[in-house]
Write a protein that binds this ligand. Sequence first.
Ligand SMILES: *[C@@H]1O[C@H](CO)[C@@H](O)[C@H](O)[C@H]1NC(C)=O
Ligand SMILES: *[C@@H]1O[C@H](CO)[C@@H](O)[C@H](O)[C@H]1NC(C)=O
Length: 191
Amino acid sequence: MVWVMASVLLWTVTVAVLAGGGNLQPYPQRTVMTDFNMTKYLGEWNEILRLPNVHEESYSCMQDVFSLAPDGTTKVLSHAYNVSNHAYDFLEGVATEPEPGRFDITYSGETVWSSSYWVLATNYDAYAVLWGSLLEGDAPMPLAWVLSRQKTLGEEYGTEVNQVLRNNGLQRSQFEGVDQTNCPEVTTADN
Ligand SMILES: *[C@@H]1O[C@H](CO)[C@@H](O)[C@H](O)[C@H]1NC(C)=O
Ligand SMILES: *[C@@H]1O[C@H](CO)[C@@H](O)[C@H](O)[C@H]1NC(C)=O
């Protein structure tokens, strides 16, 4: 998921608002999974591959946990390990589904901000491929991830995932691996 640090938050959100935010269609080739079912998507997702982006440069061990809160909202707890300062960073947000195949996550901390995600594909049990939207300067910043229920993506899904990427004008070679090995234990004291 997108990790926006405080320093870039304000202008990023401002630019997004000025440009129309979530209504923007930055990826013309996108084929969205319009029968996406958030209930089946709940649970743990580990980032396996991502398009390189400045917001996640020094992060490894990124995981998002989607859960249904007692009030009926979908909560998203994320953590990522910053290899530069050897500490986990945490985010807590609320996911909403403004249209089929898309969810937005709104984070409310010192600054309220949100990001949009389009589900290109998921089989719910093993992998998911997402497009993300955040604006970088005047141009939408390309963001995409391949996620897995496990810390690795089973080889049997490689062909399927590559096909999804191709169907959306992406290539596997554009992606970088997200290190999910030897992740330090996440302690509640950090949370
Ligand atoms: C979504 O998945 C849940 C759990 O499998 C199921 O109960 C529900 O009917 C599904 N919703 C739709 C709209 O298909
Ligand atoms: C990771 O930690 C370093 C050192 O404290 C810091 O400069 C950097 O901004 C952090 N990276 C992110 C993406 O927050």
